[in-house]
Design a protein. Sequence first.
Length: 350
Amino acid sequence: MMGWPKMIASEPSANEASRRMETIMLKLARGALAALSLAVPLAVPLAAAAAYPDRPVTLVVPSVPGGAADVVGRLVAAEMSKQWGVPVIVENRAGGAGVIGAQAVARAKPDGYTLLLGPDASFTAVPYLMQDVPYRTEDFAPVATLATLQYVLVAAPTAPFKSLRELLEQARARPDAITYASGGPGSTHHLAMALFEHAAGISLKHVPYKAAPQGFVGVMGSQVDLMFIVASTAVPQIKAGKVQGLANAGAAPIAGAPDLPMVKDEVKDFTFYSWFGLFAPARTPAPVLADLQRAVATVLKSPEVRDKMQAQGMIVGDQDGLGLSERIAHDTRVLAPVLSDIKTATSKQQ
C-alpha cells in the first residue's frame, strides 16, 4: 500500500468512528450471507447453463509483479488453469493503495471471469482511512482466504538493542527516539507497528517510504531502526546477518526461523498477520460462486501449492466465503483503536 495523499478523511469523533466501523462490519456480514444464500441452494439445473469457465479468467492482483500478492496470485492461477483447462491470467493493476485493482473488479461484469486477489487492507484499513473510496464492501462476494502471511520484527544491524526486551526497555525510556520504516502511511507494515505500539504502551517515530522494499533497505542500511516485514523477505537477510531478527509477530513458528521468540511472549495479546483473499464481483451467479469455492478448495489441498506457500513463510488459507467475511469484520474491529491515530498523524504530515 502506498501513501494516502489528498485522500485522508477528516478526523471523526470517537462515536462517529465507532459507527463507521459498525457500518463496515454490518455491510460485510450482509454481503457474505447474501453470497452464501446464493451459493448453497443450487436449485437451477447446472445443465441448463454453459459450463463455467469456458474461456479465459482474469485474476486482478492490485500490486506490482514480484511481491507476495503476485506470488500467491500466479501460484493459484496456474493451479486453477490446470484444473479447469482454460487460462487464468494474472493482471497486475497496482496503485492507489490497492484501490485501482479493487475498483476494476467491483465494476466488472459479475460472471466469474474477472476476480480479485484482495489484500486485507483493501477491506479493513482502506474503507476507513480513505475518503470517497470508489467501491463498497458489498460490491464483492468473498470466495475464500488464499494465504496468511507471517511477519518478523527486524532491527538494523547496528541498532543499540539486541532483543525485543531491550527494545521495549529503551523505547519506554526514550519515547519517539527509536525509528521504524513502513511502505507508507496506512500500509500493512504501518498498521503492524501501530498495533505493536498500542499493545506495548510505547511511542516510536514513523519513517514512511514509498514502498516496503525501500523501507527494508533502509533498515539493512541502518538508516532506520525497525520494521515489521513479511517472513519470506526477512528470514534470508537474518541468516545473512544483514538485519537482526528480534521476534516473530505471529503465534506459530516460521519456516526457516523456528527459534525466533514471539512478540506475544513480551507484549500481551499481540499477534499480527496479513492475508490475501479471493473475491468475485457482487451478484456473480450462484453456480459460479460454488464452482469457484470448490476450485479454490482443491487448489489449496495440493501438496505442491502448500509446499510453495510454506516455503514463502505463508499459512495456507482454510476459510470459505463466510469465514473470510467474518475475518474481515474481526480485523476491522481490532484495528479500530489505531486507525484514527494513523489518520491524524498522516493528516499532520500533509
